[in-house]
Ligand binder design. Structure first.
Ligand SMILES: [Zn+2]
Length: 167
């Protein structure tokens, strides 16, 4: 089954301010004819990092959870309110690989109309050794020639790695 473009709005029926029935324009708007409340929904930013070690190799992790559990990707996750995209990129790398990084240049921004996230990917230099975590049960270092292109987690994983490696 295709995941919902907006799970937060999929079951919504009532105005969160006054509690009366709301009008839902899926997937982007909930509005209330009684009190005038309007809430717009937008794609969610996800910050990610392609970490390189000192030898120019890429550190990838096998995803511990769905979606795409068991497939390879780089660390990343939703940007929380109250932090910048760069903060989120550092925090997610620390949570998934227990590793500090020096954030580098933007690799690219990846978005499609049928995807509810906007992926923002930076390159980074690893400042230590990565560890496995519940989110990343396997971690490996790949030379650019060893990237497991057929086992990557998402279309955007492939595109960003291609852009970062100039392929
Ligand atoms: Zn209302």
């Amino acid at each position: 089954m295709q995941p919902s473009l907006n799970p937060a709005l999929a079951q919504a029926r009532f105005c969160p301010r006054c509690g009366r029935p709301a009008e839902v324009t899926f997937p982007r708007l909930l509005s209330c004819p009684d009190c005038g409340f309007r809430e717009y929904y937008n794609p969610e930013p996800v910050a990610a990092v392609i970490p390189f070690d000192a030898h120019g190799r890429v550190i990838l992790l096998r995803r511990g959870f769905e979606p795409s559990a068991g497939r390879w990707t780089f660390p990343g996750g939703f940007v929380d309110l109250g932090e910048s995209v760069e903060d989120a990129a550092r925090r997610e790398t620390d949570e998934e690989l227990a590793m500090a990084i020096e954030l580098g240049a933007l690799v690219g921004v990846y978005s499609r109309p049928d995807d509810r996230v906007v992926l923002i990917v930076y390159r980074a230099l690893a400042l230590g050794e990565p560890s496995t975590t519940p989110e990343a049960p396997e971690v490996r270092v790949f030379t650019p020639g060893e990237i497991p292109w057929q086992e990557l987690a998402f279309w955007s994983t492939r595109r960003a790695l291609r852009d970062a490696l100039g392929r």
